[in-house]
Design a protein around this ligand. Structure first.
Ligand SMILES: NC(=O)c1ccc[n+]([C@@H]2O[C@H](COP(=O)([O-])OP(=O)(O)OC[C@H]3O[C@@H](n4cnc5c(N)ncnc54)[C@H](O)[C@@H]3O)[C@@H](O)[C@H]2O)c1
Length: 264
């Protein structure tokens, strides 16, 4: 399972060289090494960023892949390599296109900690405290119900479950000489706006999210929501955890690790 990558969209625009070097060149070295070692199953962390600004929502796997930034382009390049390797070398791969990964392990011991943090949920939770910056809301005039961007948030432990199922699926394909190059969306099929995320953060913390409504950011599609039917059909997978679960586990993790998460 290949998770490692550089994964900041904005940084990829400013420094594409860094992104293609790591997410393509280094990733191909890894892929070649696994192939040389006789490994025939490969699970890859892909992303809904491969779709760019989709013409229709919800997004199914057959939506054209037209990334609008170097991060998405680097992931698409590797997706294409996996397809070619399946045909040529009989590799069985799963390209799992995560939507917005969020939440933390229920134990409170594993959660997300990025530097800089760019993900909405940790930023919204931190903005309920005195120590962190106020939340910047990028645009309130999008063609969405409340004017803010809508995204599909999927709990990280649901994602983990999908990876196990993907491996089991690839095992079941082991008699296929022509290999397999599965592409699967991993999302809930339900979108939430930035304002809805802030409301949920306020409900869980009991405090106001300090916020500043600003201009749109270039390249942000109004709505990204998965059509998750294929994951259900082929892997028997649906996301079990709700937005409330995502928010409460993220908050629990943040409080348990407050020195690292809130004050940074
Ligand atoms: N977080 C999301 O919402 C999301 C959505 C879609 C896809 N993804 C993908 O999921 C994967 C994990 O994302 P994340 O949010 O946990 O990102 P992250 O930045 O928290 O984790 C990526 C990790 O990979 C490591 N890494 C990068 N290049 C490496 C290399 N060459 N060798 C060794 N380690 C290296 C980094 O140090 C980091 O710890 C990435 O491939 C990302 O593109 C994430």
């Amino acid at each position: 399972m290949h998770f490692a990558a550089h994964a900041y969209v904005g940084e990829s625009v400013d420094n594409p060289r860094k992104y293609f070097r790591n997410n393509v060149l280094a990733a191909l070295s890894l892929l070649n090494a696994t192939l040389d070692a006789g490994i025939r199953q490969f699970v890859f962390s892909s992303t809904c960023a491969v779709y760019g600004v989709p013409g229709t929502v919800p997004i199914s796997e057959s939506t054209p892949r037209e990334p609008v930034n170097p991060y998405g382009a680097s992931k698409l390049f590797f997706e294409n390599a996996l397809e070619a390797y399946s045909r040529a070398y009989g590799l069985r791969s799963a390209r799992l296109r995560y939507f917005n990964a969020a939440g933390a392990d229920e134990s409170g011991e594993i959660g997300e900690l990025h530097d800089p943090e760019t993900h909405l949920i940790p930023l919204a939770l931190a903005a309920t405290t005195e120590h962190a910056a106020e939340l910047q809301v990028y645009g309130s005039d999008y063609p969405t119900p409340d004017g803010t961007c809508v995204r599909d948030y999927v709990h990280v432990n649901d994602l983990a479950d999908a990876h196990v199922r993907a491996l089991q699926y690839l095992d079941r394909c082991s008699d296929k000489p022509q290999g397999e190059a599965l592409a699967i969306n991993l999302g809930t099929g339900r979108g939430y706006s930035v304002l809805e995320i802030m409301q949920e953060a306020e409900r869980v913390t009991g405090r106001a999210v300090r916020r500043k409504i600003g201009e749109r950011r270039p390249g942000d599609p109004p709505t990204l929501v998965a059509d998750a039917a294929k994951a259900q059909q082929l892997l028997g997978w649906t996301a079990k955890r709700s937005l409330a679960d995502i928010m409460s586990t993220a908050w629990n993790w943040m409080q348990a690790n407050s020195r690292a998460t809130i004050s940074s």
